[in-house]
Write a protein that binds this ligand. Structure first.
Ligand SMILES: [Zn+2]
Length: 283
């Protein structure tokens, strides 16, 4: 089973996690820029974090044979802090970098006017830099937050097929599917989405535009829940090709739209993808 985790915060994880992920079949990850728990008080703290996401963390991942890409953004929670607003001016420098495959995580936390402004501004940046957008939906008031998220995405003019709306569940999946956006699901150990619930959603809504991630971070989370979901799919009667589509080919297709996904040294893995937007070695 080859696995591409399209949303995981490796900055918060140990080398034991990298080792276990590699053994479980994880060969590529995307790490979205997000809140670090401890609030940041100045723009320089973001610059150091972004540098780490495009420099140090890919190096750390490579030691375990895992390809690491990042998404860069001012996250919704810290968009509310006036001391962090100027991060928006810092973003273009990072969105131009090779290892950055989307603008994200953007979207809503508490649905404030400040979040509205940062969300719209960053969707405009995604269009300007011809990058996909990775959108986080709030964990509270999820249905209303998702509706409003889809409205803002539609107003921005970005093509829905270049947007993933993440942290979905049984209640919110339908409206995102209808919008034409990609559907992201974060599988958690004891709250929100679990592997069996994910399998039921795949049975009902199909495999197209579906992304499954562990969203593992500094909280209680498990970077191997992508693998557990693949196993649960097989146990429920899905084929190995179905699992490969959801856990590998779908994230490759979505983030491949950036034109910057580099899976070249993964050899036969890259060769089996028939898209044209994957950057090969030496190009
Ligand atoms: Zn996240």
């Amino acid at each position: 089973m080859r696995i591409f985790d399209p949303h995981i915060h490796m900055t918060s994880r140990t080398t034991d996690d990298y080792e276990a992920m590699a053994a479980a079949g994880v060969r590529a990850v995307v790490e979205p820029a997000f809140w670090l728990g401890q609030p940041r008080t100045n723009v320089g703290a973001f610059a150091d974090y972004f540098d780490s996401l495009v420099g140090w963390e890919p190096y750390r991942a490579s030691q375990f044979g895992i390809r690491h890409h990042a998404t860069i953004a001012l996250n919704p929670k810290e968009a509310n802090d006036p001391r962090c607003r100027d991060v928006l001016d810092l973003l273009p420098r990072y969105l131009a970098k090779d290892g950055v495959v989307a603008v994200g995580e953007i979207g809503y936390d508490s649905m404030t006017p400040e979040e509205d402004e940062a969300f719209a501004a960053q969707l405009a940046l995604a269009i300007e830099f011809e990058l996909p957008a990775m959108v986080h939906t709030p964990h509270r008031d999820k249905a209303r937050g998702t509706t409003r998220t889809l409205d803002v995405v539609a107003e921005s003019g970005i093509e829905p097929g270049r947007v993933v709306v993440d942290h979905l569940n049984e209640v919110t999946v339908g409206q995102v599917r209808e919008s034409g956006c990609w559907m992201g699901f974060s599988i958690y150990p004891d709250t929100k989405m679990s592997p069996p619930r994910m399998v039921e959603i795949l049975k009902e809504h199909g495999l197209e535009r579906m992304l499954v991630n562990s969203a593992a971070d500094w909280g209680r989370s498990d970077p191997l829940l992508t693998r557990a979901t693949g196993e649960a799919m097989l146990a429920a009667g899905f084929t190995a090709d179905d699992v490969d589509r959801v856990l590998w080919r779908n994230p490759v297709e979505f983030y491949g739209q950036s034109g910057r996904l580099d899976l070249s040294e993964l050899g036969e893995v890259a060769a089996t993808f028939e898209g044209s937007s994957i950057k090969r070695g030496g190009s």
